[in-house]
Write a protein that binds this ligand. Structure first.
Ligand code: AMP
Length: 583
């Protein structure tokens, strides 16, 4: 049976886990890291790098390295490289492919199914895009679950004690806060709130802005349009930020940041924690509103919370922890790893789905209200935010004009009374409405949200029973054909990867055989050397021709000659190379 993995597809780092002996276990990547940078790069020689290898070369390959892709999920942003244009889903799929293949190497079995997490506050389009990325990567996405819920699952699994907790999740690019009720057999989300565009990247940008100002004052030069300098500044800013979580002061040292008329220009600056707190106070403050809103929606006072869990790398910032303390009056829990708990919760949820874990039910909620636009730019809410999933609600509407036979349904998500101030998820038309005076036709609009948080809308003319429906796919999403094409591309790439690996192995084998031939030749009498010499030069010329079939034939020939010479060893690498081949 193939395995299911839980994936935390993060803005900055991703993490993957699976269930082993009934417990969630984090899977290290092939480089040995427990999390993998969510970075993809295309090298000039046509290779694709994912993870740490991509992150390491970012400074020298700025325009062909893509990070923080999660921020663009569900938008129509495109990444251009070598005349090809990639959607955020396709780039994310490359990260997922690496996680999948690393998991397969670790587990030693194929992995087909996954539960992938998203920020609770992700919109429908962003969820669809995440699911599409999984499909492109060749994964059967069994469930999309919310990150804070997943963290609570990792925390609450096995705890058994009924309690209400808050999960404060500040990652690289998103902020979520959720209030959950944990019972021995159920975990129920009571409320969730957040901001899809607030995270560690913004803290880095504050430091970048500060350093740009310093550089401008010192050298009278604006570096903001120099991509390589900006990449170095961004990396240095993140490093400084992380250091400031542990120390009160840090220095940024960037030699040769730019070239001026009088020679190279350097940047050396020291930043204190107090200065960093000042620069980023507005970001920390921006998390307060959602915390208060989630508490209010859950009908709870801070003192009614048993625990506050901190999730996401940015919760290591001392000012963030201080804000949580002052908002809730609680010391945040430390018995959970903020980088790993989301992926662990995801595989536990997978375990529930596959039956590997029973007696645990997860009840999630929809993060934003849903409804349609009605006359006068008014938002008619059909499903309120924080409604438990799955859910289905209907409401009956009518026509606005006499003899109107068509209505356009504009599906909206948001909390504003004014329709146009909310986000439109998609539009569709219901035609063939029976001709009647305005106010007579009865049009029933039904919203349903599945357990992945994905929305489906139906409009039905109750007079004729004629219905129209859509599964929402926002403008940033991909059509079925686009997804199929991307799957083919991803499979082709996987096949190319395999071919490249086979080629490398073949070349390696050829090298080893040539080395072995050199050793064997020394032991042969002159008269016996000619066959070996011919096979060696044939293999050498095959290697320089680059033709796989020629190399394979020449390898076979040399192998059989070495065998006949009685010296062939099936593990030629174990022998020492003792010198060059001398003809
Ligand atoms: P996540 O999306 O949960 O992996 O969080 C990644 C974000 O956490 C990035 O912006 C990191 O720079 C940030 N981060 C990681 N470790 C620390 C730390 N010790 N102090 C401050 N920020 C951190």
């Amino acid at each position: 049976m193939s395995k299911l993995i839980g994936i935390d597809l993060g803005t900055t780092n991703s993490c993957v886990s699976f269930i082993e002996n009934g417990r969630a276990v984090v899977i290290p990547n092939t480089e040995g890291g427990r999390t993998t940078p969510s970075v993809v790069a295309f090298t000039k020689s046509g290779d694709r790098l994912v993870g740490m290898a991509a992150k390491r070369q970012a400074v020298t390959n700025v325009s062909r390295t893509f990070s923080s892709v999660k921020r663009e999920m569900g938008t129509d942003h495109r990444y251009q490289v070598d005349g090809k244009s990639y959607t955020p889903q396709e780039i994310s799929a490359m990260i997922l492919q690496k996680l999948k293949s690393d998991a397969e190497s670790y587990i030693g079995e194929s992995v087909t199914d996954a539960v992938i997490t998203v920020p609770a506050y992700f919109s429908d389009a962003q969820r669809q895009a995440t699911r599409d990325a999984g499909v492109i990567a060749g994964l059967n996405v069994r469930r999309i679950i919310n990150e804070p819920t997943s963290a609570a699952l990792a925390y609450g699994f096995d705890k058994g004690q009924p309690c209400k907790i808050m999960v404060y999740d500040l990652g690289g690019g998103t902020f979520d806060v959720s209030i959950l009720e944990i019972n021995p057999e159920t975990i129920e989300v009571l409320a969730t709130a957040g901001n899809n565009h607030l995270g560690g990247d913004d803290f880095d940008q504050c430091i970048v802005g500060y350093m740009l100002d310093l550089f401008r004052k010192e050298h009278n030069r604006d570096l903001s349009s120099d991509p390589m300098a900006m990449q170095r500044l961004t990396e240095a800013a993140e490093k400084a930020k992380i250091e400031l979580s542990a120390s009160m002061e840090t220095t940024v040292n960037l030699p040769f940041l730019a070239q001026g008329p009088a020679g190279p220009m350097h940047l050396e600056a020291s930043i204190t924690r107090a200065r960093f707190n000042e620069l980023t106070a507005h970001l920390v403050n921006a998390t307060k509103g959602p915390v208060q809103q989630a508490l209010q929606d859950a009908g709870l006072k801070p003192q009614e919370l048993s625990r506050v869990l901190l999730v996401g790398g940015s919760t290591r910032i001392p000012a963030v922890q201080e804000a949580v303390r002052s908002l809730t009056g609680k010391e945040p829990a430390r018995d959970i790893n903020p980088d790993e708990c989301v992926a662990m919760g995801a595989c536990l949820q997978g375990g529930v789905l596959t039956g590997a874990i029973n007696s645990l039910v997860l009840i999630d909620v929809t993060p934003l209200s849903l409804g349609i636009e009605t006359l006068g730019d008014v938002f008619a809410k059909i499903i309120d935010r924080n409604t438990p999933l799955p859910c289905q609600h209907s409401q009956v509407f009518t026509t606005a004009a006499n003899f109107q036979t068509t209505v356009e349904i504009n599906v909206l998500q948001g909390e504003r009374e004014v329709a146009s101030a909310n986000k439109s998820l998609g539009k569709f038309r219901l035609t063939g409405i029976r001709r009647a005076l305005r106010g007579i036709p009865q049009i029933e609009v039904t919203f349903s949200i599945d357990t992945n948080g994905i929305v489906h809308v139906t409009a039905k003319d109750l007079g004729t029973n004629h219905a129209q429906d859509i599964t929402i796919s926002g403008s940033g999403n991909m059509s079925r054909e686009d997804i199929d094409r991307a799957i083919r591309d991803a499979e082709r790439y996987a096949a190319e990867d395999k071919q490249r690996k086979n080629q490398a192995q073949l070349k390696d084998k050829a090298e080893s055989l040539l080395n072995q031939a050199r050793r064997v030749r020394k032991k042969l009498k002159d008269a016996d050397r000619s066959g070996l010499d011919a096979a060696v030069s044939e293999l050498e010329s095959a290697v320089s021709s680059g033709s796989d079939s020629r190399i394979r034939d020449a390898v076979d020939r040399l192998e059989s000659i070495l065998n006949a010479a009685g010296s062939y060893t099936s593990d030629p690498d174990n022998q020492q190379d003792d010198g060059a081949y001398d003809a």
